[in-house]
Design a protein around this ligand. Structure first.
Ligand SMILES: CC(C)(COP(=O)(O)OP(=O)(O)OC[C@H]1O[C@@H](n2cnc3c(N)ncnc32)[C@H](O)[C@@H]1OP(=O)(O)O)[C@@H](O)C(=O)NCCC(=O)NCCS
Length: 146
């Protein structure tokens, strides 16, 4: 399996990952190209024989209190490929990039009930936050993108 950081020249693989792994409708090409060209946004793909079998997206965040954090936004591995170490390789590739770019940490939001994800992150060295009262709240705009 090849692990690649998707760049604009990997547009078709990125579309495949979004559609088939992340379960979203791929955005217009110009938006996806801009995402892939942005040095602060990441799509890391696991590719076997030209097909995408795993995908991770995330962001480099330059915070004022820490030079840089990396946020792992989502990771999906094709169901028939689970438990073969693909998720581990994707997370390690993202963490390697974070280290290389001087980040202080990598963080992800997950659910304690998601055993596979929790094991994956633990195996890659992540530690869970203490149980707390925190909740994530979202303000949604109807037409935010254009
Ligand atoms: C979470 C996910 C990405 C893991 O990918 P993967 O390629 O199967 O992960 P790996 O093969 O690298 O396994 C990593 C660890 O998790 C464990 N694991 C994987 N699937 C598991 C499962 N269903 N139940 C229990 N443990 C599991 C593995 O055993 C391994 O630990 P070990 O080496 O100590 O045995 C994959 O299950 C997935 O795509 N899930 C659906 C999407 C999702 O939940 N994403 C995370 C949202 S935060």
């Amino acid at each position: 399996m090849d692990i690649i950081r998707a760049r604009p020249e990997h547009l078709e693989l990125a579309r495949e990952a979004i559609d088939q792994l992340h379960g979203r409708t791929p955005p217009p090409d110009r938006i996806l190209r801009a995402f892939l060209a942005n040095d602060s946004s990441y799509m890391i793909l696991g590719v076997v024989d030209g097909r995408v079998v795993g995908s991770l997206t995330g962001y480099a965040l330059d915070q004022y209190w820490s030079y840089r954090e990396f946020f792992l936004y989502e990771i999906n591995v094709a169901e028939e490929q689970h438990n073969r170490g693909i998720g581990t390789r994707l997370v390690q590739a993202f963490a390697d990039e974070a280290r290389l770019r001087g980040a202080g940490n990598v963080w992800v939001l997950t659910n304690r009930s998601n055993v596979a994800a929790t094991r994956l992150y633990a195996k890659c060295g992540f530690t869970p936050s203490p149980a707390s009262d925190e909740s994530m709240m979202t303000l949604t705009f109807a037409a935010g993108r254009e």
